[in-house]
Design a protein around this ligand. Structure first.
Ligand code: NAD
Length: 299
């Protein structure tokens, strides 16, 4: 049965290193700061924002939590972002999604300074990812990439199948795997005969938000299976998109839910914030458009 890829343990290990980087930054007079904007009071969003603030505290990163009313005007949101763009004590800005329908997501994402866009959703950063020079890789796929690294398996030449094609997870995940020279297939809700694709996957990454979607008959013997899904069942249990117990018998490596991708997502947000703060030492123009090098992780 498959070995478990322990996201919780890796996240913990990385955060130890982050605390050291924060100390080094502080010694040079820079206290890294992350601003988190939450519009309205969606309960799930509140939990996510709470986790991000908690991770900041754990790593010694200063966090600024800005709660805006659900009926705040778009102009006010843009003004808030502009103030944070100008604020030298803030190195990362993120706006918790989803936004209320009266606010244009694209306008808001494009208002965030490219240099502080730690979620990596600004069009510039999306384009940088496409061209292989990512500045701030989106946190969830970035975390998955580090989880894959812990297996010690080189993705180059492997069949990688991503189930889910969202802008936040599936698409950037596919691009990162392509950057590492995997042969990438991205499936989505309109894909005909999903199993026909997933059965070929040496690396199967599932981010559909559908509990029980991936059953063992859809998984190749010895595959690496990364489950990004987070679903709350009627009985309150949190599960992924993969039938864990059954698929574990076929896979070589598998991530649990919870304790797999989830803790890594928040961790990579801190990584991006620290990287932004570290950049403050260098001439902005010199490094802002430089190729991104992912940190290496011990397996
Ligand atoms: P989304 O709803 O924006 O996108 C879901 C994608 O899955 C879409 O492309 C859709 O076409 C596809 N899909 C849906 N049903 C499918 C099916 N039956 N077969 C094939 N494809 C199907 O969701 P998202 O924001 O990308 O998130 C996906 C899941 O990952 C959710 O469960 C979410 O909670 C979770 N998530 C987890 C983390 C984390 O840190 N672990 C971060 C972000 C999202």
């Amino acid at each position: 049965s498959a070995q478990i890829i322990d996201g919780k343990a890796l996240a913990k290990q990385l955060r130890v290193g982050f605390r050291q980087r924060v100390e080094q930054l502080k010694a040079r007079g820079v206290a890294p700061g992350l601003a988190v904007i939450l519009v309205g009071d969606n309960p799930a969003s509140r939990v996510y924002v709470g986790n991000k603030i908690k991770a900041c505290e754990e790593c010694g990163v200063r966090s600024l939590h800005l709660g805006l009313a659900a009926d705040v005007s778009q102009a006010e949101v843009l003004r808030t972002i502009e103030q944070l763009n100008q604020d030298d004590s803030i190195h990362g800005i993120l706006i918790q999604l989803p936004l209320p329908p009266h606010i244009e997501l694209a306008r808001v994402l494009q208002a965030i300074s490219v240099h502080k866009d730690v979620d990596g959703f600004h069009l510039y950063n999306v384009g940088a990812l496409v061209s292989g020079n990512s500045i701030f890789p989106p946190c969830t796929p970035y975390g998955v990439q580090l989880l894959l690294d812990t297996t010690g398996i080189d993705v180059a030449g492997k069949n990688a199948v991503v189930v889910g094609a969202s802008n936040i997870v599936g698409k950037p995940m596919g691009l990162m795997l392509l950057q590492r020279e995997a042969t990438v297939t991205i499936c989505h809700a309109k894909t005909r005969d999903l199993a026909q694709h997933t059965i070929l996957a040496d690396i199967l990454i599932v981010a559909a938000g559908k509990p029980g979607l991936i059953v063992p008959q859809m998984v190749k013997e010895g595959a690496i299976v990364i489950d990004v899904g987070i679903n709350r069942l009627p009985d309150g249990r949190i599960v992924g998109d993969v039938c864990f117990d059954e698929v574990r018998e076929k896979a070589s490596w598998i991530t649990p839910v919870p304790g797999g991708v989830g803790p890594m997502t928040v961790t990579m947000l801190i990584e991006n914030t620290l990287r932004s703060a570290e950049r403050a030492f260098k001439a902005a123009d010199e490094v802002a458009f430089q190729a991104w090098e992912a940190p290496t992780v011990q397996s």
